[in-house]
Design a protein around this ligand. Structure first.
Ligand code: FAD
Length: 528
């Protein structure tokens, strides 16, 4: 027999579970969050990764775009998100000489000059302006809908109000639009990367995975800006946990949910195991699942949904540096170049080749990746000694590194090859090897760690290491949804079990949106 009864039991204390808990507890519901790990936050956490080095790294996710201001305001979150002045820098070689493309968010004239110097005219710059003008307008229309009941395809199309933009972004493979608007391979590649972050696909995927991924990367808060969470990603989770606790939610860490039993009506029973191996069961009028849909199927004792199992495709590398490396492009200041998103081997053709190689089961010969330095925008993640030494953190997010490359059982040598190949691409644009700039930890080891998809599955429970729990969905429904949960995009096959994490429609990324939407579905539903 269950020994406790709650209005809502939340399976998983990722940032979305905490958002749902905060909203429901504030509405007076009795809420219990059960988290498997000893800490909350899931993929949105900070950690001191290297012994003796006081730098709190955003170990997995690192930038925030999709967290609605509305959620920050409504939950009273104490949180600062800081705009990056430099949006991106992309090293290049032209006429045999190192150069680069700098996108300075605060200085359009400087960005124009950089385009002109790289491409020889203003054509690509003008195309860039028009393209991102279009996405900005789409963002302004689409973003507010993400925290409303799901629109139908026709409703969202009307709201976007621009048939050309709709066709380009929602109906035709994004590669067609990129090739139609841009001619320079490097510029095309920079545009395409937003379609590939955390999504193993290519420019012409007929299933439009690239379009869905692109959309989530350009609509955040109606601008698509990616901001730095001051204090690191852990500060986002801390603010959410504080809001949930202050509202009266109960959070138990070290509690892995092992089964959910429901006949769809009445209470569901949630069984979990404490760290000390003792078992317990609680009853919930609703169960909100922050764990991935594949995990939910297992907990219900059901078969996973149709289609291939989720598979992540990224290599995350965390580093602490003694100093920023110098660049081959001597005109570029590393303090600017590394402050924005620094693209490596992400030309359009390079992205295509890397995808084809990985899809064929081979490590990409020139792995594409992007890096970014948190401490240039927010040094507050360094302790006093690390700050005095002038340390910097560097995050590398590698694309086209699907879980299948790392074998079963886990192939450590493949991980080492993937890391070495990615660093070689970085070194190719530096005037000195990055290894020479790494800080060393208390044991004399260089401060660098890599995380492949299988490691992310083991560490934080992402199925197949998929950073969005499963492939992203377009933010609309094809049919008039049946029931409140479906209207909010959080339905499962069981009326009293809802998704509240990245696997929901409009999930994915550090957004809190599925947590908000699941809470709204509970609050709008029958109060059984
Ligand atoms: C390397 C990496 C980099 C990323 N970079 C960014 C970025 O810069 N910006 C961005 O917006 N997004 C980024 N993402 C994606 C983003 O972090 C995730 O999509 C988001 O954090 C998902 O949040 P969530 O709360 O829905 O799920 P999760 O963070 O996955 O949390 C789910 C929680 O459920 C718990 N759980 C699972 N099973 C059980 C169980 N049986 N019992 C109890 N608890 C359970 C897990 O331990 C976890 O705490 C990145 C992800 C990764 C991995």
């Amino acid at each position: 027999m269950p020994n406790s009864r709650y209005d809502a039991v939340i399976v998983g204390g990722g940032h979305n579970g905490l958002v749902a808990a905060a909203y429901l507890a504030r509405a007076g519901r009795r809420v219990l969050v059960l988290e498997r790990l000893p800490r909350v936050g899931g993929a949105a956490v900070s950690a001191r990764v290297f012994p003796g080095v006081d730098a709190r790294l955003s170990r997995y996710s690192y930038l925030v775009s999709l967290l609605p201001r509305k959620v920050v305001r409504e939950l009273g979150l104490r949180l600062e998100l800081r705009r990056r002045r430099i949006a991106s820098y992309t090293p290049a070689v032209r006429d045999g000489k190192p150069t680069g493309l700098l996108v300075d968010a605060a200085d359009p004239a400087r960005t124009r000059d950089s385009f002109r110097a790289l491409t020889g005219s203003d054509r690509e710059w003008q195309a860039w302006q028009r393209f991102y003008g279009m996405t900005a307008e789409v963002a302004r229309q689409v973003f507010p809908t993400l925290t409303e009941p799901l629109p139908t395809r026709a409703e969202l199309r009307r709201r976007v109000g621009d048939d050309t933009a709709w066709t380009a972004l929602f109906e035709r493979p994004l590669g067609e639009e990129v090739e139609r608007r841009f001619t320079d391979d490097l510029v095309r590649g920079v545009v395409l990367t937003d379609a590939l972050i955390g999504t193993f696909t290519h420019a012409h995927d007929p299933e439009l995975r690239q379009n869905r991924c692109f959309l989530y990367h350009v609509v955040g808060n109606g601008t698509g800006d990616w901001d730095v969470p001051v204090g690191g990603m852990g500060a986002v989770t801390d603010a959410l946990a504080e809001a949930a606790l202050a509202a009266g939610a109960e959070i138990r860490t070290g509690c892995e949910v092992t089964a959910i039993a429901t006949d769809g009506h009445g209470d569901a029973e949630v069984s979990y195991r404490h760290g000390d191996e003792s078992e317990a069961t609680v009853a919930g009028r609703r169960v909100l699942v922050n764990a991935a849909p594949a995990t939910l199927a297992r907990l219900l004792g059901e078969e996973p949904g149709p289609g291939p199992a989720p598979e992540g495709s990224q290599l995350k590398v965390n580093m602490v540096l003694r100093r920023l490396p110098r660049l081959r492009d001597a005109a570029a200041d590393p303090r600017e170049a590394f402050a924005g998103t620094f693209h490596i081997a992400e030309g359009y053709r390079q992205l295509e080749t890397a995808y084809a190689e990985a899809a064929a089961g081979r490590l990409p010969s020139a792995p594409p990746s992007e890096i970014y330095c948190h401490t240039l925008t927010d040094p507050s993640i360094l302790g006093p000694e690390a700050a005095r030494q002038g340390l910097h953190t560097l995050t590398l997010f590698g694309l086209h590194m699907p879980a299948r490359l790392f074998g079963v059982p886990y192939d450590r040598a493949a991980e080492e090859r993937a890391l070495a190949a990615s660093l070689a691409q970085l070194d190719a644009v530096l005037a000195e090897p990055v290894a020479d700039c790494l800080a060393v930890d208390a044991d004399g080891r260089p401060c660098i760690e890599a995380r492949t998809p299988p490691q992310l599955e083991r560490e934080i429970g992402l199925p197949g290491g998929h950073i969005f729990h499963r492939d992203l969905a377009f933010p609309f429904t094809e049919e008039e949804p049946a029931g409140v949960a479906a209207r909010w995009g959080v339905a499962t096959a069981h009326p009293n079990v809802l998704l509240c994490g990245a696997g929901a429609v409009r999930g994915g990324g550090v957004s809190g949106i599925p947590g908000h939407n699941a809470a709204q579905a509970v609050l709008a539903g029958p109060d059984r």
